[in-house]
Design a protein around this ligand. Structure first.
Ligand code: ADP
Ligand code: NA
Length: 329
């Protein structure tokens, strides 16, 4: 039985990924390599839909790829590449733009959110067509499954609608991708505002970046907002801060939350934070060191990514040739 094919992408972010990105998404990338034929990409094309700096983008793209490798993405088992290195994404995207309807693209709530800043008229056309490029990212590999968070569900629906319309008009070409709700994915909350999800867009004190200095990491965890009371028990409504710390601990230590509650019985929040700081820095230290090693040998990193792009192009090229033939090119 062939393994299901999975496609997932992540934007290169400034500086580094954070614990929410890892526990909510990237950890599943690593796990899925066992049971799927995985295509993983750093989606740099998507990173220019809003303001960007070319040098920063170049640096962030390499740093993102280095972190993925350091976290355990294995380029022998998975196809790891940079989106802009595979021109087939854009070649397919144009055709899909001509299949997608303006009305359906206009319903995408992410555009409505992200266009707030510049206004609809001042936003780039790319910000508007972003979900169609995302559809191309997925369909060009004929992916069976796409690990998605709640925020991407609507885009995946659009992908399926575009694929269905194309298949109906030009003959069966695309696989309809299914959403894969990642198993064991944890939603990580901001350490300073545990009613919000941890995000790079919030002040850095609440966000544990993978490449932070361990002292900074420990300080952020020690300063985490906790709740009234003193018992270390999970209660998402009454104790969102403590629950968040337990969730992170559990995800990284592999010990269940009830087991941790027992472990911390009779002890206070301070003990939880102290131990969690160790668990997190023990996890992050080798990731940080490995990332730096990879970045120090830029030529080798670029070779790994070039090999990934080559493998990706073999698959994506077949799809685009078939599509271009079917639409009359
Ligand atoms: P950010 O929210 O920092 O801007 P992104 O939107 O770039 O992060 O998210 C990249 C990936 O990480 C997505 O798959 C998203 O669902 C996941 N993710 C981001 N933040 C969290 C979080 N706090 N908890 C769980 N998953 C998260
Ligand atoms: Na975000």
């Amino acid at each position: 039985v062939p393994l299901p094919r999975v496609l997932s992408g992540i934007q290169p972010t400034a500086g580094s990924f954070h614990l929410g990105n890892y526990l909510g998404a990237l950890r599943q990338w690593v796990a899925l390599q066992e049971t799927a034929e995985a295509f993983y990409c750093v989606v740099d094309l998507h990173a220019i839909t809003m303001d960007w700096d070319p040098e920063e983008l170049r640096r962030n793209t390499l740093t993102a790829a280095a972190q993925l490798l350091a976290l355990g993405v294995d380029p022998e088992r998975s196809t790891l590449f940079v989106q802009s290195h595979v021109p087939e994404h854009v070649r397919l995207s144009w055709v899909l733009e001509c299949v997608a309807r303006f009305g359906e693209a206009s319903r995408m709530t992410q555009f409505k959110d992200k266009s707030q800043r510049e206004g609809t008229a001042g936003s780039s056309v790319g910000l508007f067509t972003y979900p169609v490029l995302q559809a191309a990212d997925i369909l060009v590999y004929r992916a069976d499954e796409v690990p998605v968070g709640e925020d991407q569900r609507q885009h995946l629906e659009l992908t399926r609608d575009i694929a269905t319309r194309f298949n109906g008009r030009f003959g069966d070409t695309f696989t309809l991708p299914a959403a894969r709700i990642p198993e064991g994915a944890a939603k990580v909350l901001d350490l300073q505002a545990p009613e919000k999800k941890m995000s790079k867009s919030l002040p850095p004190a609440g966000c544990v970046f993978l490449l932070d200095d361990p002292k900074v990491t420990a300080k952020k965890i020690r300063s985490a907002v906790t709740d009234t009371g003193r018992e270390v028990v999970a209660d998402p409504v009454g104790k969102p801060g403590v629950t968040n710390l337990l969730t992170i601990h559990s995800a990284l230590s592999g010990r269940s939350v009830p087991e941790l509650e027992e472990h911390f019985a009779g002890r206070g929040y301070g003990d939880l934070k102290k131990e969690l700081a160790e668990v997190v820095t023990d996890f992050l230290t080798p990731v940080r060191e490995r990332t730096q090693e990879l970045l120090d040998d830029r030529a080798e990193l670029q070779r790994v990514l070039a090999r990934g792009a080559e493998r990706a192009r073999e698959v994506a090229g077949r799809t685009v040739r078939e599509v271009y033939d079917r639409v009359g090119f």
